[in-house]
Design a protein around this ligand. Structure first.
Ligand SMILES: O=P(O)(O)O[C@H]1O[C@H](CO)[C@@H](O)[C@H]1O
Ligand SMILES: O=c1cc[nH]c(=O)[nH]1
Length: 235
């Protein structure tokens, strides 16, 4: 039965969903990866695609930008459509010294300035962490690739208005990238006893503007992260 934001039927989604923020990136991924592909929902222009990849069922659906938007889709997928694992395939701003556009971060956990996980467990600062099953499969697939790093990211509510001192401190604390969805995704996976991972392509660097990707590159430059995400999704 359709939900307010997904006009699909039970069984229309595969157990594993790849979830970029950008609906155009989702369409590209579906086109590139899926055989026998079907458009299973298109509410608000958020296309959801289901097909097979190397004979295994797989879906692709965008989250839109930010934790509130992702939370709507992830909640409906986890609770109404039998989805077991969501792998975010997104972009992030680099924080680590020497990180280059096109590098990939596999997010072991996500700090956040958002209130999305604040009420998860009253009195506790909840740790938003990736699922070990997906994280270990992704890291194994990436092997010793020097352009892939595993570590924490920060999921901010705002894209603009980074405080320089805060960003510097986060970098000093070993945070590898800044993006806008992973913490809520990890929280929802914990809440619903599901699995989640974020695999992020560095699209710019907060301390090095020369690294900035163009809007077109942000839409299209995801091959390395996609390979890792698919390996995790189908593991
Ligand atoms: O490229 P996506 O997956 O959308 O991810 C990043 O890009 C958007 C901001 O430009 C935010 O959604 C952020 O998390
Ligand atoms: O949220 C994001 C995503 C990419 N780059 C940034 O600087 N922030």
């Amino acid at each position: 039965m359709a939900t307010p934001h997904i006009s699909a039927e039970p069984g229309d989604f595969a157990p594993a969903v790849l979830m970029p923020g950008d609906p155009k990136r989702a369409a590209r991924m579906a086109d590139q990866l899926l055989d026998d592909v079907r458009l299973v929902s298109d509410v608000r222009g958020i296309g959801a695609y289901t097909g097979t990849h190397q004979g295994k069922p797989l879906s692709v659906m965008a989250s839109g930008m930010g934790q509130p938007s992702l939370s709507i889709y992830a909640t409906e997928l986890f609770t109404q459509f039998g989805v077991e694992r969501i792998i975010r395939v997104g972009t992030a701003g680099g924080l680590a010294e020497g990180a280059k556009a096109g590098d990939v971060v596999i997010a072991i956990g996500a700090h956040t300035d958002s209130a999305m996980n604040q009420h998860m467990c009253p009195g506790i600062n909840f740790s938003a962490t990736a699922s070990w099953s997906l994280l270990s499969a992704a890291a194994a697939f990436a092997g010793n690739d020097p352009r892939v790093k595993v570590g924490p990211v920060v999921s901010r509510d705002a894209f603009y208005g980074n405080e320089p001192e805060q960003v510097k401190l986060l970098a000093e604390l070993g945070t590898l990238g800044v993006e806008m969805e992973a913490a809520a995704l990890y929280g929802l996976a914990a809440k619903h006893h599901k699995e989640a991972l974020a695999v992020l392509t560095i699209s710019d660097h907060l301390f090095d503007p020369s690294q900035d990707m163009s809007p077109e590159e942000r839409e299209t430059n995801f091959q390395k992260s996609l390979g890792i995400a698919v390996a995790a999704a189908l593991s």
